[in-house]
Write a protein that binds this ligand. Structure first.
Ligand SMILES: [Zn+2]
Ligand SMILES: [Zn+2]
Length: 277
């Protein structure tokens, strides 16, 4: 019985168990032995099931939208909050303790578990805003989680104004910070060359106007003295070749964007002035 539940992602209805040959007394025995948990009337879960998936099942559907993206290992900009649940076209909400769920009623038949990645991205486009969608889309692509056919389906399925975000997206964004920075600078009309290899310097995240290197440091690099030294060596090598370098971290890109914007605009203006002079 637990094998069957594993195959269903950990959560099943009684009728699926019975259809597969389980008897009601097997289910009762499994619950008593704590091999299986009762989610609600007629729905059972393995104790190892992700608690968020369990909450979505209590609510009546699949973990969806940004909650599914996070569960699937995709970069999600917004901090974890209320669970998003896909109920399908006809699914109805079940009352459960402490419910703060956000309902999704996209077409289709929801079961339990985690909504597929492509649908979760489309749900996020309708629910979570442009930046959250774009960052998650690039992250999913970068991790090799959406193939060409899936990307085409997503482009067809998102609202019209999101199609240009799909067109702007690339496969080589290593972090959500890079995606966010590129999207925000593109809104200012600043195009960036991405993952540029510069002889004597190495691969840099971005180059703007052919002269300005922009690097985005992920959280994992904080406080490492050897990393800091490597950055200084790279910056010096780049300066010797005539490049200027700006570096931004998570806190700046996410929480203090105006500072980033002013720095980039001022440096680009200075570089243009230098060329003219
Ligand atoms: Zn949502
Ligand atoms: Zn709920």
């Amino acid at each position: 019985m637990t094998d069957l539940m594993h195959r269903h992602g950990g959560v099943v209805r009684t009728r699926a168990l019975v259809a597969a040959g389980a008897h009601h007394r097997d289910i009762t025995r499994a619950i008593r032995g704590e091999a299986v948990l009762r989610v609600r009337e007629g729905v059972y879960a393995l104790p190892s099931t992700d608690p968020h998936v369990m909450t979505a099942a209590s609510h009546g559907g699949e973990l969806a939208c940004v909650s599914a993206l996070r569960a699937l290992g995709v970069w999600v900009l917004d901090p974890p909050g209320r669970p998003h649940v896909w109920l399908g076209t006809k699914g109805r909400v079940h009352a459960h303790g402490g419910c703060r769920c956000i309902d999704h009623h996209d077409a289709g038949h929801a079961t339990f578990g985690v909504t597929g990645l492509s649908l979760a991205l489309v749900q996020a486009s309708r629910c979570a805003g442009e930046e959250c969608f774009f960052v998650a889309y690039e992250s999913a692509w970068n991790k090799g989680l959406i193939d060409r056919a899936e990307r085409d389906w997503i482009r067809r399925s998102v609202p019209a104004r999101y199609k240009r975000l799909v067109d702007l997206a690339r496969a080589d964004a290593d972090s959500g910070l890079e995606s966010l920075l590129r999207l925000r600078l593109s809104r200012l009309g600043i195009a960036l060359d991405c993952q540029v290899s510069i002889a004597g310097v190495g691969r840099v995240d971005f180059v703007a106007a052919g002269r300005l290197i922009i690097e985005v440091d992920g959280e994992q690099n904080h406080g490492s003295a050897s990393h800091r030294h490597k950055d200084l060596v790279r910056d010096a090598a780049a300066a010797a070749l005539g490049y200027a370098t700006l570096r931004f971290d998570y806190a700046l890109v996410v929480h203090d964007w105006p500072t980033v914007e002013r720095a980039v605009l001022a440096r680009l203006q200075a570089l243009r002035g230098a060329v003219v002079g």
